[in-house]
Ligand binder design. Structure first.
Ligand code: IPE
Ligand code: IPE
Ligand code: MG
Length: 263
């Protein structure tokens, strides 16, 4: 194969399974909207709960695949502040699955060196859920290969409102002045200030919206959509997303590298 051909083959003829990972640009932080569980179940004439179970199982696969590519932070959208509007029985199933998940898969998360953290309005969740969060976070603190951040009872707008409330309290207490509030200070009052912004947000299931996910943090994220439903989202889809991401030119309002070189 000619040198020129091999350089670009990643983006053209090669099947994703044959991609040389060293050619890929790997995001530091990948975020995934785990959507399409209900439709996955419907296609199989199964109850929605079966779709949620399959979706939860697939999170294990995503972690393995992200570990393969050396992605450091993976945030997954598991339950939004708007998902409370679903029927009580479905909400109950999702809560139950959440509680089960970290006990069932902890040995595998441990084996993969995965630290678990949560983002969202955790303090408003039932006590038993908060206990699960604390236990999973405490028990995985020492792991350093990858951080899995589970967005649960998460809403981007609520996160921003809560940051504004924290800042207002600080102003009221005289700890800061309102004119001290900058983008940096605001970001420090979000749920996980030490986590870098997501580089890439993926949404399977054919919907092309972000549904209140990482509203502040995702301001400059690359977006990638796929028609595949979340429980079927595997290595091929992740690799396709990474190939697309590799081709993106992230300008952050500036000029692309080629344009700068022309000056
Ligand atoms: C995502 O799957 C899971 C949650 C939102 C909790 P959905 O349940 O939204 O699946 P669809 O969109 O109905 O297929
Ligand atoms: C987004 O999916 C939330 C999660 C995947 C947890 P939804 O299914 O709730 O989003 P909409 O209603 O299609 O926007
Ligand atoms: Mg959905």
């Amino acid at each position: 194969m000619k040198a020129e051909e091999s350089k670009f083959s990643l983006f053209s003829k090669r099947k994703s399974a044959e991609v040389d990972p060293s050619e890929l640009k790997i995001p530091t932080h990948l975020a995934v909207i785990m959507d399409g569980n209900g439709r996955w179940a419907k296609k199989r004439m199964l109850p929605r709960s079966a779709g949620h179970r399959a979706g939860a199982d697939n999170l294990k696969t995503l972690c393995k695949n992200c570990g393969h590519y050396g992605i450091k932070y993976v945030t997954v959208y598991a339950f939004s502040t708007e998902n409370w509007s679903r029927p009580e029985s479905e909400v109950h199933t999702l809560m139950e699955l959440f509680v089960e998940y970290f006990d069932r898969y902890d040995p595998e998360l441990e084996a993969e060196g995965i630290r678990v953290r949560f983002t969202g309005d955790i303090a408003s969740l039932p006590e038993n859920i908060q206990t699960v969060c604390k236990r999973a976070e405490e028990g995985s603190k020492h792991r350093d290969k990858m951080t899995l951040i589970v967005a649960f009872n998460y809403g981007g707008r609520r996160e921003i409102v809560q940051a504004a409330q924290k800042l207002a309290e600080k102003v009221k207490a005289g700890a800061i002045r309102s004119e001290d509030i900058s983008e940096e200070l605001f970001a420090q009052n979000l749920y996980l200030p030490d986590v870098p912004d997501p580089d890439l947000i993926i949404r399977p299931s054919g919907e092309e919206r972000t549904s209140n996910f990482l509203v502040w943090e995702g301001a400059y994220s690359e977006l990638w959509f796929s028609d595949v439903l979340w429980p079927d989202f595997g290595m091929k889809e992740l690799t396709d997303a990474l190939i697309a991401y590799t081709r993106r030119d992230r300008r952050f309002g500036g000029l692309s590298k080629e344009k700068k070189d022309e000056e």
